[in-house]
Design a protein around this ligand. Structure first.
Ligand code: SAM
Length: 271
């Protein structure tokens, strides 16, 4: 471990939350560093990919809805090409950042809501509905995912498309299982530790965040993230139950069908 000399010059870290405070809900503390954490994944490329896929499936303009929009990384690429864009998320912290970063203010709006709530945005319709970057996997109960799919179906125009991605079992088993991942970022650091249980297909992740404060100290916070793996067959069944007639699977971020080593699939579903 080393002696006190090892600690000279080290910065004090605020202690992790008191056990009684428990672990924070997902996307509270993480919001502050989320965009920097995503930067390595090149969200701009993901945005262009989604736009290209939607065009391939007939999108020519109109209104776009982003379910689980987070900080707006998946929402903003549509601002220039869509008539209007709506982002919906349940996390106040993520939405605060989305609103701060804007988009073309006249045609982007952000709303706080549960995207599985029946009656979401009742009376509105959209040419494209999106749910990007694990949003589907965060619905750990199948009936919640079915409600999300039903909302997407109800909110789509007859010629519209629903575009979402999902983590593959290969990624949960091989990449996100028992191997901690540490990333230093401007303004802090993230430690991600996850465990996947094949039966019942649940992934439990713990994200430890070190966030740099203005006074030079670091604040530590822990968030728990639960996800569920959905097989392509299960997704198809749920999509059909929600009223979708067609669905196409792609290995993200390509236009090819997913192979056994795909880490993520993107699905385009149509009524
Ligand atoms: C990994 S982030 C993805 C954010 C964004 N789509 C992107 O591509 O960066 C997942 C988001 O889904 C939101 N989310 C998950 N389940 C939700 C629900 N039932 N209702 C509203 N938001 C939800 C979370 O709050 C979080 O902001």
């Amino acid at each position: 471990m080393g002696g006190a000399d090892r600690l000279r010059g080290a910065r004090p870290v605020a202690p992790p939350p008191h056990p009684r405070q428990g672990v924070h809900p997902p996307y509270t503390a993480f919001a502050r560093i989320y965009n920097r954490w995503c930067a390595e994944l090149d969200p701009g490329r993901w945005g262009r990919y989604n736009v290209a896929l939607a065009r391939r499936h007939g999108f020519v303009g109109g209104r776009v809805l982003d379910l689980g929009c987070g900080t707006g990384l998946s929402t903003r690429p549509w601002a220039r090409i869509a008539e209007a864009v709506t982002g919906v998320d349940r996390s106040t912290s993520m939405l605060r950042l989305a609103r701060h970063l804007g988009g073309r203010p006249s045609n982007v709006r952000y709303l706080k809501a549960d995207i599985t709530a029946p009656g979401l945005l009742r009376g509105e319709t959209f040419g494209v509905v999106l749910a990007n970057f694990d949003v589907v996997n965060y619905q750990t109960r199948e009936r919640s995912l079915l409600r999300l799919f039903r909302n997407a179906r109800r909110l789509l125009t007859p010629a519209g498309c629903f575009l979402f991605d999902a983590v593959t079992e290969h990624a949960y088993r091989r990449l996100l299982n028992g191997v901690p991942v540490f990333q230093r970022l401007p303004g802090g650091a993230v430690l991600l530790e996850g465990r996947y249980r094949k039966r019942p297909g649940l992934w439990h992740g713990e994200i430890t965040l070190l966030l740099a404060e203005r006074d030079g100290h670091y604040r530590a916070a822990v968030e728990r993230h639960d996800q569920r793996y959905y097989s392509p067959a299960r997704l198809r069944t749920l999509l059909r139950a929600a009223g979708f007639a067609l669905c196409h699977f792609y290995a993200t971020p390509t236009f090819r069908p997913p192979g056994p080593r795909a880490e993520r699939v993107t699905v385009v579903a149509r009524p």
